[in-house]
Ligand binder design. Structure first.
Ligand code: C2E
Ligand code: MG
Ligand code: MG
Ligand code: MG
Length: 288
C-alpha cells in the first residue's frame, strides 16, 4: 500500500484502486487519439410507433471501434472516463454535429425522422452548450424539429431555476427534449410539470419486469398515465419481447425501442431501413 497526503490526511490506495486509475488514464489517452484519428462513430437504434411498428425516430449511440474492426471499449466505460476528465464536452460536441449532419442527409432524402442525441450533465451545464447547439443548427439544413436531446433526471434536477431557463431557451431553438432513464432518478412526477420536455423514456429496468412483477407494472402504468395527462410522449426503452410490447401498448405507451425492433446499427444499415419504409409508403400511396 502507498501512503499519500499531508500530515492530517492519510489515504490508502489498494492495488486494485491503482489499477483502476491506470486503466482510466490509459482510456483517456487512447480516447484523445481516437478522436484525432476519427475512430468514434455513431450507431442508430429505431424507435417505433407502438401501434403499427413504423419507425418514428432513432436514438444516436456512440461507438468506438479500433482499426481492426472490433469494439475498443464499451460506451458505458469510455463515456464514464470522458465525463470524469471533461473530454465529454468535445466528444459530445462532435456527436451532436455528426448526428445533425447525418440526420440532415436523411431529411434531404425526404425520409428524415427525429434523431435523439444523449447529452451528459457536464456537457449540458457547460457554458458553451447553447451556442454550440445554435451553431450546429445554423451550419446544416436539418429541421430543428428533427433533433431531440435526451437528458437524464440527474441533469435537469441539478441546476434549479437556471436549468429550467436553459431548457426553455433550447426549446426556443425548435428542438425536442426528452427525459431519459425515467423512473430511476429522483425526479418526482409532480416536478415534471416544471420541465418543458416533450417526451419521457421509461427506463429499461421497469420494462424488463413489467409483465412479471405486479409492483413494477403498477409504477409503469402510473408513469404512463401521468405523462400522458401532462401531454408528454411516452417511450419505453429496452423492449426485448412481444409480451413486454403488448403490455406497454395496452398501458398507453406510444413508442417502443429495444432489441425486439432492432439493435443499434450503423448509419448505412439504418438508412436502408428508412429507405424501405419510404418506398413502402410511396407504393401504398399509389406512386409509380
Ligand atoms: P441510454 O441513453 O439509456 O441508451 C440505451 C442503452 O440501452 C444503449 O446502450 C442501447 O444499446 C441499450 N439497449 C437498447 N435496447 C436494448 C434492449 O432491448 N435490451 C438491452 N439490454 N439494452 C438495450 P449503449 O449504447 O451501450 O449506451 C449506454 C449508455 O451510454 C446510454 O444509455 C447513454 O447513457 C450513454 N451514451 C451512449 N451514447 C452516448 C453519447 O453519444 N453521449 C452521451 N453523453 N452518452 C451516451
Ligand atoms: Mg438515451
Ligand atoms: Mg439550419
Ligand atoms: Mg435510457
Amino acid at each position: 500500500e502507498v501512503k499519500v497526503g499531508g500530515r492530517q490526511s492519510y489515504r490508502f490506495f489498494t492495488p486494485s484502486m491503482n489499477e483502476r486509475a491506470a486503466a482510466r488514464r490509459r482510456i483517456e489517452a487512447e480516447l484523445r487519439q481516437a478522436m484525432a484519428r476519427n475512430q468514434l462513430s455513431l450507431f442508430y437504434q429505431p424507435k417505433v410507433d407502438a401501434t403499427d411498428g413504423r419507425i418514428v425516430g432513432a436514438e444516436v449511440l456512440l461507438r468506438w471501434y479500433g482499426p481492426d474492426g472490433t469494439e475498443r471499449y464499451p460506451p458505458e466505460q469510455f463515456i464514464a472516463v470522458a465525463e470524469d476528465v471533461g473530454l465529454i464536452v468535445p466528444v459530445g460536441a462532435w456527436v451532436l454535429r455528426e448526428a445533425c449532419r447525418q440526420g440532415d442527409v436523411w431529411h434531404q432524402q425526404e425520409m428524415g425522422v427525429p434523431i435523439a442525441v444523449n447529452v451528459s450533465p457536464l456537457q449540458f451545464q457547460h457554458a458553451s452548450f447553447l451556442a454550440e447547439l445554435e451553431a450546429v443548427l445554423a451550419d446544416c439544413s436539418l429541421d430543428p424539429a428533427l433533433l431531440e436531446l435526451e437528458l437524464t433526471e440527474r441533469t435537469v434536477m441539478a441546476g434549479g431555476d437556471a436549468t429550467i431557463a436553459l431548457l426553455q431557451r433550447i426549446k426556443r431553438c425548435g428542438v425536442r427534449l426528452s427525459l431519459d432513464d425515467f423512473g430511476t432518478g429522483y425526479c418526482s412526477l409532480s416536478y415534471l410539470k416544471h420541465f418543458p420536455v416533450d417526451a419521457l423514456k421509461i427506463d429499461r429496468a421497469f420494462v424488463r419486469d413489467v409483465e412479471t412483477d405486479a409492483n413494477t407494472a403498477a409504477i409503469t402504468q402510473a408513469i404512463i398515465a401521468m405523462a400522458r395527462s401532462l401531454g408528454k410522449t411516452v417511450v419505453a426503452e429496452g423492449v426485448e419481447n412481444e409480451a413486454q410490447a403488448e403490455y406497454l401498448r395496452a398501458a398507453g405507451c406510444e413508442q417502443l425501442q429495444g432489441f425486439l425492433y432492432g439493435a443499434p446499427m450503423d448509419a448505412n444499415a439504418f438508412g436502408k431501413l428508412l429507405t424501405e419504409q419510404h418506398l413502402l409508403r410511396w407504393a401504398s400511396e399509389g406512386g409509380t
